[in-house]
Design a protein around this ligand. Structure first.
Ligand code: IFM
Length: 503
């Protein structure tokens, strides 16, 4: 009854009705946390990514990825470190899955490394790579944990980058072949598939901002890459469904609720463009075979390399919608300013305060505010954003089944030697308490959320930040690969067992 009323409440509200952030408190009242309940059967899990945890960068016939090339280039990663060993999970996965089981986890989102399966990105599969993931999946199932597969979490075979990377439309076909191989060999046991982790970031960070490999700075390459990724998403959908009758297909999009800087029509329109570009660009392509109103004017189809008939090729009706939540954005209009090229990378997002906004097409500026406290990794804590984002996607996409594919916070707490090495990371517990209370509120108001994946199971290689940020529920001592469950991990295990937060 409450859920039905909530659905009615969500329906009919438009983006413009979302209150500006100054109207909402930054912190969540304890009473809301105490009342929060999650439905029976709710799937609690964690998320990881191949390059961030596996190590074994050249084992068993694996090819070189763009992240191998990047980290092996001096001066690219903080501290000069690499993911060559990372958490050594390629060899220690049984131990890590046993820890997840101990924390009552029921879903493990992991990614498969494309160059382990096709070392140069095309052609016959490397059976040693497939065998590894087959054993990994069997171990998850034996532990009662649902295997949830991301097919691509940023580790493109270097050989495909050498053929033009994602701006090369041919990659959509190569990716569909790869997806078909995965579904054929693992689809008897994996039923939950998503093609890409954070496709916007793959295109923007890699090809426009130069912040991640291959570090190009071309807005036209960014737009071409985005179109190839959308085509690849749909091609993978067709390939996976054809190879595995049990397959369900969804997504792992990055999203941040966008609030207009002022109440002006221009800033509200800019916030809507941010939402279209950064949050739902690929969801809209999959759902309707078109791109949303992310641009000032018409989408630049010519620059993207859009061809007649692509509207049909883009369609990939998702069985469920997966997205991440970390923080929020305040967005202002830049359509009247002269564009000046520029940008800088901060953690997981682009901040660009250059005159003229972020790029010549979308013409907005997005900033992460600092009204709320910041995590050690520099992201603003704004729990209310979870409620706003989940309810917005619910009403805009007709109440789909939702999975939160990542959500978490970077804090550097380590072992306290006076407490036998215990890791008292209270700030992380509080972050999850508040964000999850807002998620429970969205569910009570009608959002059909069935799973939450904390980022991440264990501290790992944090991309260009190296090992200087820790997002794990489990502490990794990178000197000896020892794992220690943090207080937050123990707490999350109790949450998973009880479906409540006051534990
Ligand atoms: O570590 C990353 C992950 O690979 C993608 N989403 C954000 C996380 C934290 O920055």
């Amino acid at each position: 009854m409450a859920a039905a009323a909530g659905v009615a409440l969500l329906r009919g509200r438009s983006y413009a009705d979302v209150p500006a952030p100054r109207d909402v408190p930054g912190a969540v009242p304890e009473s809301l946390i105490a009342q929060a309940r999650f439905p029976d059967g709710f799937l609690w899990g964690t998320a990881t990514a191949s390059y961030q945890v596996e190590g074994a960068w050249n084992a068993d016939g694996k090819g070189e990825s763009i992240w191998d090339r990047f980290t092996h280039t001096p001066g690219k990663v903080r501290g000069g470190v690499t993911g060559d060993v990372a958490c050594d999970q390629y060899h220690r996965y049984e131990q890590d899955i046993a820890l997840a089981k101990r924390l009552n986890q029921k879903s493990q989102r992991f990614s498969i490394s494309w160059p382990r399966i096709q070392p140069s990105g095309t052609g016959a599969p490397n059976m040693k790579g497939l065998d590894h993931y087959s054993r990994f999946v069997d171990t998850l199932l034996a532990a009662g944990i649902r295997p949830w597969c991301t097919m691509y979490h940023w580790d493109l075979p270097q050989a495909l980058e050498d053929r033009g990377g994602w701006p090369n439309r041919e990659l959509a076909n190569y990716f569909a072949d790869y997806a078909g191989i995965l579904a054929k060999h693992l689809g008897d046991r994996i039923t939950v598939w998503a093609p890409f982790n954070m496709p916007w970031a793959i295109a923007f960070m890699g090809y426009a901002a130069g912040a991640a490999p291959p570090c190009r700075t071309s807005f036209s390459d960014f737009l071409k890459a985005a179109h190839t990724l959308a085509l690849a998403q749909a091609g993978a959908h067709r390939a996976v469904k054809a190879a595995s009758p049990k397959a369900t297909f969804g997504s792992a999009y990055e999203m941040a609720p966008a609030y207009p800087k002022t109440n002006s029509d221009e800033d509200r329109a800019a916030a809507a463009r941010y939402h279209a570009m950064n949050n739902v660009f690929f969801l809209e392509a999959a759902t309707h075979g078109r791109y949303p109103k992310a641009f000032v004017g018409e989408p630049p189809y010519d620059v993207m390399g859009f061809k007649a008939g692509d509207e049909t090729l883009l369609r990939a009706p998702l069985d469920w919608v997966g997205f991440h939540f970390y923080t929020r954005r305040i967005v202002s209009d830049a359509s009247k300013e002269q564009f000046v090229h520029g940008g800088s990378f901060s953690g997981t997002e682009i901040e660009n305060n250059s005159p003229g906004g972020r790029d010549p097409y979308t013409r907005f500026r997005a900033a992460m505010p600092t009204e709320g406290p910041l995590t050690d990794a520099g992201l603003e804590v704004w729990p209310r954003g979870m409620y706003d984002l989940v309810t917005q996607i619910s009403r805009e996409y007709d109440h789909p089944t939702i999975e939160i594919t990542e959500s978490g916070c970077g804090y550097l707490d380590g072992p306290d030697e006076e407490q036998n090495g215990r890791i008292p990371d209270g700030r992380r517990i509080q972050w999850y308490r508040e964000v999850l209370a807002e998620l429970a509120r969205a569910i009570a108001d009608g959002a059909r959320v069935r799973a939450f994946h904390a980022w991440t199971l264990l501290d790992n290689f944090q991309w260009a930040e190296g090992y200087t940020e820790r997002y794990g529920l489990i502490y990794t001592d990178f000197r000896n690969q020892q794992r220690t469950v943090k207080d937050s991990g123990l707490w999350y295990g109790r949450v998973a067992a009880s479906n409540r937060l006051d534990v």
